[in-house]
Ligand binder design. Structure first.
Ligand SMILES: C[S@@+](CC[C@H](N)C(=O)[O-])C[C@H]1O[C@@H](n2cnc3c(N)ncnc32)[C@H](O)[C@@H]1O
Length: 291
């Protein structure tokens, strides 16, 4: 494990980052994104923010932090958020979730449609990073529901980080990134990119099913309807307990009565959030109805 740089080491670097500068940055990312940055992340904060200081031609963190009170404050806050979020993701990450969607959720919707005629499916990928999660979902649904059948399905994909969202909207990835996509889905839903032979792009058909929007999970949620599925995976690990509990409660309010919530492998709903019942590895059924 890398040794954390001592205070003196930090001060002798290219840019001076005082204890108080680090704390101001940690407080700002907590206030604006709910992300907790502990002391052991000093090194990471330094290296990610040093790039920005270089870009701006600034001499130290103190001057940099002064920008937050000036006319560029809001813009700088976005840069800070983009720099300090962790965006690691890949296609079909935690593949058992996509198997659950294909084998359980789709069958449930087919049975529901047969009974009520309801063919509307709404999914939210909350904290979608560069798009691999919503495109994995879209390819799974396109394959499982097929072309006909009158299904009206859409995915809302949101993140607080504007850089990853721009990448996600384009839907273009290095060829190697789709190696975890099942072969049939690769063939049917990802095509060689017209721009660059070393890249693949999600098909226009699945791209058209996804709406990407910036959304801070701790801010207002402008969405009116409720969701059949909410994926919020590997996002709440960066939040503290009360923030996470509040968020999970809000998710339950945004789920249809027969909806499911999917969290990441190290995240769980502790303390028995009302109405959520575990039905698989980090999969929660709302109201726990038998199905
Ligand atoms: C590690 S990625 C997870 C991506 C994907 N869900 C997965 O599991 O592969 C976490 C994402 O959560 C986003 N995030 C962090 N705090 C957020 C917040 N307050 N509101 C919305 N998104 C946030 C980050 O920008 C990042 O892209």
């Amino acid at each position: 494990m890398a040794k954390a740089a001592s205070k003196t080491e930090m001060e002798s670097r290219e840019f001076r980052m005082r204890d108080s500068d680090f704390r101001t940055i940690a407080d700002a990312i907590y206030t604006h994104a709910g992300i907790v940055i502990g002391d052991h992340k000093r090194e990471l904060v330094y290296s990610r923010m040093a790039r920005r200081l270089r870009q701006l031609g600034l001499a130290n963190f103190e001057t940099y932090l002064g920008r937050f009170d000036g006319p560029h404050g809001a813009e700088e806050r976005d840069h800070l958020i983009n720099a300090l979020t962790t965006n690691h993701t890949h296609f079909f990450r935690e593949s058992h979730h996509f198997e659950h969607v294909r084998d359980i959720a789709v069958k449930h919707w087919q049975a529901r449609a047969a009974k009520t005629g309801d063919r509307r499916i709404r999914i939210w990928s909350a904290g979608c990073s560069s798009g691999e999660e919503p495109y994995s979902l879209a390819a799974t649904l396109a394959e499982a529901l097929g072309q006909g059948g009158g299904w009206d399905w859409r995915i809302l994909a949101t993140d607080i980080d504007t850089n990853v969202l721009a990448h996600a909207k384009r839907g273009e990835y290095p060829v190697g990134a789709v190696r975890d996509v099942p072969k049939t889905l690769q063939r049917n839903h990802f095509q060689p990119s017209a721009r660059d032979g070393a890249m693949v792009r999600a098909s226009a058909a699945i791209r058209s099913r996804i709406t990407f929007n910036r959304l801070n999970l701790h801010g207002d949620w402008p969405m009116k309807g409720q969701f059949d599925l909410i994926f919020c995976r590997n996002v709440t690990i960066y939040f503290d307990g009360p923030t996470k509990n509040r968020l999970v409660k809000r998710f339950t309010e945004s789920l249809k009565p027969d909806g499911w919530l999917y969290l990441g492998h190290s995240e769980s709903v502790l303390g028995g959030t009302a109405g959520l019942h575990p039905v698989g590895r980090t999969i929660y059924s709302f109201k726990g109805e038998a199905r």
